[in-house]
Design a binder for this molecule. Structure first.
Ligand SMILES: NC(=O)c1ccc[n+]([C@@H]2O[C@H](COP(=O)([O-])OP(=O)(O)OC[C@H]3O[C@@H](n4cnc5c(N)ncnc54)[C@H](OP(=O)(O)O)[C@@H]3O)[C@@H](O)[C@H]2O)c1
Length: 223
């Protein structure tokens, strides 16, 4: 296969899907998601792609899904979940739900892919958040998960000198997650007020296109 290979988690919808569209002309894509039909639709819309359908919190399933990947140029971790509400009403199950998807899953997937990434002098992109840099009232769980992701990226960058690691910190983006967040916040949702997923995808594409000629440790994108 002559194209470089990129695995994108959360590519069935939202920001991940926009990243798949942006990288489609240049890469062979592994399209991540849990809904096989939604993933198949994205695969069909890409120039060269195949499905990567797996529940990312199931470590055994993830290990099986990556078993045949021996060389990988790019992994973009876009899969994630939102949480909103005061610490006073947040139970341990909510912490576990969010940290499992937003922190432990990308850590596990990255660990399993390290040999393939090393083989390609590859790039790891974490779709983080403004909430991975500053925390506000109501954001304890989500911000804690994204601060942890910032730390994971920084540690990985220092540990793996042959791999480039980028944290992308978008502000609010018009996706299903943003609609869900507005419901949790109890306010009306106007998608036109926010970043479009394609804008975040353009930033990721710029980082990917830079190749080995430079490293972008982190980048902030705001509406
Ligand atoms: N939207 C924003 O305003 C915003 C702002 C800053 C940062 N972010 C971050 O950007 C990333 C993408 O967000 P988005 O807005 O595109 O979200 P989204 O539209 O809700 O899409 C979430 C994606 O993650 C996948 N996913 C969720 N849990 C999963 C699991 N356990 N296993 C496998 N896949 C899973 C979903 O797959 P299914 O289709 O199978 O559910 C879907 O593809 C997230 O990390 C989010 O925290 C979002």
């Amino acid at each position: 296969m002559s194209r470089p290979v990129a695995l994108i988690t959360g590519a069935s919808r939202g920001i991940g899907r926009a990243i798949a569209e942006a990288l489609s002309p240049s890469h062979h894509l592994l399209i991540g998601g849990r809904d096989a039909a939604a993933v198949a639709e994205v695969v069909a819309a890409c120039e060269s792609a195949e499905p990567f359908v797996v529940e990312l919190t199931d470590a055994d399933a993830v290990a099986a899904a990556v078993a045949d990947i021996t060389r990988l140029d790019v992994v973009v971790h876009s899969a994630g979940v939102i949480a909103y509400g005061p610490l006073a009403t947040t139970d341990p199950a909510e912490w576990e739900r969010v940290l499992a998807v937003n922190v432990i899953a990308p850590a596990t997937l990255t660990r399993l892919l390290l040999p393939a990434l090393r083989a390609a002098s590859g790039l790891v992109v974490f779709i983080n958040s403004g909430a991975g840099l500053t925390a506000s009232p109501g954001w304890s769980v989500y911000a804690a998960s994204k601060f942890a992701l910032t730390a994971l990226a920084d540690s990985l960058r220092a540990e793996e000198r042959g791999i480039r690691v980028t944290s992308v910190h978008p502000g609010r983006v018009a996706t299903d997650m943003q609609a869900e967040l507005h419901q949790l916040e109890g306010r009306d949702y106007d998608p036109s007020k926010y970043l479009q997923p394609a804008a975040v995808a353009q930033v990721v594409k710029t980082v990917v296109d830079l190749g080995t000629s430079g490293v972008v440790p982190s980048v902030r994108v705001t509406p």
